[in-house]
Design a protein around this ligand. Structure first.
Ligand code: 4NP
Length: 150
């Protein structure tokens, strides 16, 4: 799960997906990262932590990091939150064959919609609820698609 700072959207996505995967008994390696280094080593934004807590998820253990070339080999999918994240991720050195791993996360429930998870950082609390609802739907759609494949 990748966003810009790795303190709002992508740690929320990581936290929702890891809890849902456990609930469904699906073993996945899930991580998140940012495309910039501004917040490296920091815990998620307090508004993201509070919103997640409100919905029953604890993400206080997560710490921000920056995406690195090795991630392209380690993971089968690299989900980005918006088109700008997509551009930035594709600038990280990787094998050409791995470019197709990079996908817009909301395309999981709206294929080819290319809808963004809006950056909530400079907005109010409503933004975090919107982000939560979008991520919740996309996580369910992603997990359902794994069931379809098996
Ligand atoms: P995120 O949100 O990409 O969802 O983690 C942001 C966090 C920090 C900044 C921008 C967006 N920032 O400019 O510091």
């Amino acid at each position: 799960m990748v966003c810009l700072g790795n303190i709002c959207r992508s740690p929320m996505a990581e936290g929702i997906l890891r809890d849902k995967a456990i609930e469904r008994g699906i073993r996945l390696t899930i991580d998140s990262a940012g495309t910039n280094r501004f917040h490296t080593g920091e815990a998620p934004d307090h508004r993201a932590v509070a919103k997640m807590k409100e919905h029953g998820h604890d993400i206080t253990d997560l710490r921000a990091r920056t995406i690195e070339p090795e991630d392209f080999g380690k993971f089968d999918r690299i989900y980005v939150m918006d088109a700008s994240n997509m551009q930035n991720v594709l600038r990280v050195p990787h094998k050409p064959a791995h470019s197709s791993k990079v996908r817009m996360f909301l395309n999981e429930f709206q294929p080819n919609g290319n809808q963004a998870v809006p950056d909530p950082y400079y907005g109010g609390d409503d933004g975090f609820e919107d982000v939560y609802q979008l991520l919740d739907k996309a996580c369910d759609a992603f997990l359902n698609s794994l069931n379809d494949e098996s």
